[in-house]
Design a protein around this ligand. Structure first.
Ligand SMILES: Cc1cc2nc3c(=O)[nH]c(=O)nc-3n(C[C@H](O)[C@H](O)[C@H](O)COP(=O)(O)OP(=O)(O)OC[C@H]3O[C@@H](n4cnc5c(N)ncnc54)[C@H](O)[C@@H]3O)c2cc1C
Length: 449
């Protein structure tokens, strides 16, 4: 489709791609920078493909809780006085006292979502919802290093237009992953679309369901289905011998501290690998202890009553999925001895995880300008800016997709307040350097790369 819309004449200092919690936190950092330096506000705009703000809406299961303290909100670690803190939100909703009485560091995911929506609402004029960014390219005449980026966006009605920016911040989030050969449909779901798919069915038609995976989402969905479908057989298919616990004890939790980013970033390749190996169990393929206990309690209670309908199938993988009309047949394969068995289900949920953010799709040919490491991953500066092979005066920043350079918190919420502040500072600082450079004779201006 051609470019049909009008061109936006304004040159933004920053265009944010995606408006999940990471870029929402960045919007707050930029707004607060503007309040402290009103003569030099950063001109910014965000684009979000969803029609309104939404954070993993299909996993807002009742009673699921956050895996971070409420103090790791959008702003507090960067600016404890921010009006966008979780505490400010509670105050605005007249619930601060009750929250404190509840004595819990971990709000429900539903409440945190309401907090995020409340904060996002303050930026409704700065976000183009229902608008997908389709490409980012440099504006170049072939001579000087490009200073500007052309960002192409497509709205829900198919109209395409471009905006111009000095920097983009790519924060498009995780990408749902299904096992090879599996295709999602109305009976085979990825966890990222769980509630939408579940609600599309009459629960009475779901007499046998299976959940594949050993992580937090798998365990939560299993518990939910067991609650919501009291008549159904619920199969949890896990490749390990049982769910493993997420280590959220204080020393281990330090891996999510803002300071851990420096430790990781400036460490050796070997050191980073060891860091990752030791502390993977703080987040990946692990489950909160209370959810594990709740599930085990159910299995045990059923055993006592002699009515088993929650079947935890340990050391088991799915080797094939056969679909025909409403029929779904799953081949289960034992990890121990390769013994196979067929199971007929009415719905099959893959909580099989996500791939990390990769900016290459948006950058297209422009990606050639950015350096990669020996493993083919993007090189990223400490301020989250992609390292370019040529001096680019424009910047591509990443929020997410930097696990290999910035460590375990890269795709999580733990560090978004500080990270967003660092990106905002970088954009402001580089702008000041550029303006200074332009006011000096050209040969004195140092390239910013
Ligand atoms: C169920 C679930 C629960 C989680 N709970 C926690 C938790 O408790 N604590 C924690 O630290 N982490 C948690 N995580 C990890 C999760 O990655 C972060 O919570 C968070 O979503 C990261 O925010 P983000 O803004 O980087 O990405 P996202 O929240 O994924 O937001 C990215 C946004 O970009 C939009 N987008 C994508 N492509 C485009 C495009 N081309 N143009 C325009 N818009 C686009 C998407 O629609 C989306 O809204 C959880 C993850 C899941 C799946």
């Amino acid at each position: 489709m051609g470019i049909t819309g009008s061109r936006d004449q304004e040159i933004y200092d920053l265009v944010g791609i995606g408006f999940g919690p990471s870029n929402l936190s960045l919007a707050i950092a930029l707004e607060e920078h503007g309040a402290s330096a009103p003569q030099q506000p950063v001109r910014f705009q965000f684009f979000e493909r969803q029609p309104s703000f939404g954070w993993h809406r299909n996993m807002l299961l009742p009673s699921t809780t956050m895996q971070i303290s409420f103090l790791k909100d959008l702003a507090t670690f960067r600016n404890p006085l921010s009006r966008f803190s979780f505490v400010s939100y509670l105050h605005a909703k007249n619930r601060l006292v009750q929250f404190v009485n509840n004595q819990d560091f971990y709000p429900t995911r539903q409440e945190f979502h309401q907090y995020l929506e409340w904060a996002a609402d303050a930026f409704r004029d700065r976000v183009g919802y229902g608008t997908e960014v389709t490409s980012v390219r440099p504006v170049t005449d072939g001579s000087a290093p490009p200073e500007l980026l052309r960002v192409e966006v497509r709205t829900g009605d198919g109209t395409t237009r471009t905006v111009t920016a000095r920097n983009v911040v790519v924060s498009t989030g995780l990408v749902p992953r299904l096992p090879q050969g599996v295709t999602a449909d109305d009976r085979v779901w990825h966890s990222s679309e769980f509630l939408r798919r579940f609600r599309a069915h009459d629960p009475r038609d779901l007499g046998s369901v299976a959940v594949v995976g050993a992580g937090q989402s798998a365990a939560e969905i299993t518990r939910f289905l067991h609650d919501e479908l009291p008549h159904a057989e619920v199969h949890a298919i896990i490749p390990s011998y049982g769910y493993s616990v997420a280590d959220d004890t204080p020393f281990a939790n330090q891996v999510f501290d803002p300071g851990a980013v420096d430790a990781y970033y400036f460490g050796t390749e070997q050191g980073r690998e060891a860091f990752w190996r030791y502390h993977r169990n703080t987040n990946y393929s692990v489950v909160d202890a209370d959810v594990i206990r709740a599930l085990y309690q159910r299995v045990y209670d059923e055993e006592v009553r002699g009515v088993r309908r929650l079947h935890v199938r340990n050391l088991t993988r799915v080797s094939e999925v056969k679909r025909r009309d409403n029929e779904t047949r799953v081949t289960l394969c034992s990890v121990l001895d390769e013994h196979t068995e067929e199971l007929a289900v009415d719905a099959l949920v893959f909580a099989s995880g996500y791939d990390g953010l990769d900016p290459a799709r948006l950058l297209g040919d422009f990606d050639r300008h950015f350096l990669r490491d020996a493993s083919g991953r993007h090189r990223v500066e400490r301020d989250y800016r992609l390292v370019s092979s040529t001096a680019l005066a424009c910047g591509v920043y990443l929020q997410g997709g930097t696990e290999h350079t910035h460590g375990l918190s890269s795709a999580l919420l733990s560090n978004i307040a500080v990270r967003s502040g660092e990106i905002a500072d970088s954009v402001v600082l580089r702008r000041a350097e550029r303006e200074l450079g332009h006011s000096q004779p050209l040969e004195e201006a140092s390239p910013v790369a």
